[in-house]
Ligand binder design. Structure first.
Ligand SMILES: Cc1cc2nc3c(=O)[nH]c(=O)nc-3n(C[C@H](O)[C@H](O)[C@H](O)COP(=O)(O)O)c2cc1C
Length: 198
């Protein structure tokens, strides 16, 4: 199994990164191969609203999105981890999500030509969110964006870890329960899906 972690925080070894690492350690404990993409290290321009996509359904803009898109397609499961910034996902996360417009367009075009019966097999998706406050509406907002993204990326929303009250770098290290939960999420994501999407 190949589990891909996507980090939307610019803070290395910050709260989101630590939780994502724990989840990936959990996945590796079950024999999975894991990889982490740090969006902040990539060169990825925001979506430019091109009118069309390449013949294979990928984006026309040549930057680090191409490789990231390929890895998401290849992964058996994806763990997306982002801090809450201004009540939503981080900008790094949102740039990647918007670039998936090519996949949305491609799906739409394929459905028009081949009919709605065509369904791609969905893989597993998990979400980790971290915020300083205890605002359920901020988490719900970010979660709804991720669910929309997962649907476009053919990922089933199966697991989540929504963390409140974590602000300074290292705050999560004092929350053993959250670290354990992240580890367990990583284990569960390696298992074959048994329950329907959340
Ligand atoms: C630009 C920015 C905006 C933020 N906006 C919010 C917010 O709207 N609500 C909130 O609860 N925390 C907010 N925070 C706090 C972060 O979510 C919090 O510090 C989190 O632990 C950062 O995770 P990280 O260590 O993984 O980067 C914001 C932080 C930054 C830098």
């Amino acid at each position: 199994m190949y589990i891909l972690g996507i980090l939307g925080s610019p803070r290395k070894n910050g709260n989101t990164d630590t939780l994502l690492e724990k989840a990936l350690i959990g996945a590796r404990s079950k024999g999975a191969k894991t990889e982490k993409i740090v969006l902040n290290d990539l060169k990825m321009v925001p979506c430019q609203e091109c009118k069309d996509v390449k013949g294979d359904g990928t984006c026309k803009i040549e930057d680090d999105f191409q490789e990231t898109f390929k890895k998401i397609k290849e992964a058996d499961a994806v763990i997306f981890a982002s801090p809450i910034f201004f009540g939503s996902l981080s900008a790094q996360s949102k740039i990647l999500i918007d670039r998936f417009q090519c996949a949305w367009r491609y799906k739409y075009m394929t459905q028009k030509t081949e009919g709605r019966g065509q369904r791609t097999e969905k893989k597993t998706g998990a979400l980790i969110l971290v915020e300083a406050s205890k605002r359920d509406d901020f988490l719900a907002n970010a979660k709804s964006i991720i669910k929309n993204f997962f649907a476009t990326a053919s990922l089933n929303y199966k697991e989540e870890l929504l963390c409140k009250g974590l602000d300074y770098k290292g705050a999560v290290l004092e929350q053993k329960e959250l670290l354990d939960k992240a580890f367990e999420l990583g284990i569960r994501i390696t298992e074959k899906p048994r329950k329907p999407s959340m």
